[in-house]
Design a protein around this ligand. Structure first.
Ligand code: ZN
Length: 345
């Protein structure tokens, strides 16, 4: 089969488009999926660079997001059958640590993530557990289904599970254009929240306004806390989604109302940030960090998308062989929505 694999960490030069044996069933729980699409995440770039949180053994096929058709199943697999379309939950627990034994796999100490600890989705076939296989929402293309897992699972975990966003609340989403931020916007809109977004370009802001954001602030030429206070009649926002970090991290706390919640799942502009702790205790703020979410949350995400008919925004689609161009496109940061790889038969 064809796959995009790295043998060393480094730049996109390390992404090798190569022929290799297709995976085969190894256990009764295994499923082989013939992939039709894979989506690109910043985490893929971090695995490539060797800066991801967990150890990756090389060589490795990259890619955590994927969708395709079931090609083979082990004898214990009863949730999917050959020929079914599937959308992939991107990780498993180790089944051994305290978290896995206590059914809290999201806190697993040694998670097995597609494209990181196990071979991923930038390939014609992938082997995974039946527990990773879910039916995509009806009417979704494979490209759209592949754009779901990382973005919507992260957004669901942050807004619904952690921040418990309520109708009528104000929410600020930093860095609109990124797929997690767009998923957060769509979720917040469906919850009846009032949405303010920030971005580094007017073009991204106008796209966000078309999707339903009430206000947009250009971070590149304006400090956003005073503008947030003005827009919310001094109240501030009840929830901030900040998956950017960097120099403006401190502004996210300044924009929060008393009792506000800040959620984060990324640090694309810098992980070493300055936080004024007094704001947190004076204003009774809550901070939630997360990394993806549980299988149960993934089920809720798929139900939500099926019911609401909300679809992921796709920025560009590249053939699998052009994974390097696709990753460079994500790194450049000019995208609005998901960058996806199409995998031909
Ligand atoms: Zn574990």
């Amino acid at each position: 089969m064809k796959a995009i694999r790295i043998h060393h960490h480094g730049s996109v030069e390390q992404l090798r488009y190569e022929d290799m044996p297709a995976p085969e069933l190894r256990s009764a729980d295994d499923v082989i999926v013939g992939l039709k699409a894979a989506a690109i995440n910043l985490a893929d770039l971090q695995v490539r660079q060797g800066s991801a949180g967990q150890k990756t053994w090389l060589p490795r096929i990259l890619g955590s997001d994927g969708a395709g058709v079931v090609n083979a199943v082990g004898s214990d697999v009863n949730n999917v059958k050959i020929g079914d379309a599937v959308c992939l939950y991107p990780q498993n627990g180790c089944r051994q640590c305290w978290a896995c034994r206590g059914d809290r796999q999201e806190y697993c100490e040694r998670p097995q993530r597609l494209g990181e600890q196990i071979d991923g989705t930038y390939a014609e076939y992938v082997r995974l557990s039946r527990q990773n296989c879910f039916a995509p929402p009806a009417g979704f293309s494979f490209e759209e289904a592949a754009a779901i897992p990382f973005a919507y699972l992260s957004a669901w975990r942050m807004l619904i599970t952690d921040a418990e966003l309520k109708p009528g609340e104000w929410i600020l989403i930093r860095g609109i254009g990124d797929s997690v931020a767009i998923a957060a916007l769509q979720l917040a809109l469906s919850r009846g929240a009032n949405i303010i977004v920030t971005a580094d370009s007017g073009e991204k802001l106008s796209s966000a306004l078309q999707l339903g954001a009430a206000h947009g602030i250009d971070e590149s030429n304006q400090d956003f806390p005073p503008e947030v206070r003005r827009l919310t009649a001094k109240h501030g926002v009840d929830v901030v989604v900040d998956c950017i970090g960097g120099a403006n991290w401190t502004h996210s706390f300044a924009a929060l109302a008393r009792g506000g919640r800040l959620v984060t799942c990324g640090a694309s502009a810098g992980a070493q940030v300055v936080t004024d702790l007094r704001r947190i205790f004076w204003n009774n703020l809550k901070v939630f960090g997360s990394s993806l979410g549980t299988r149960d949350e993934f089920r809720q995400v798929l139900n939500f998308l099926e019911t609401t008919r909300i679809k992921p925004v796709i920025d560009k689609v590249f053939p699998l062989a052009q994974a390097a161009r696709a990753q460079d496109g994500l790194a450049a940061g000019q995208h609005f929505g998901k960058i996806v790889l199409r995998i031909e038969d």
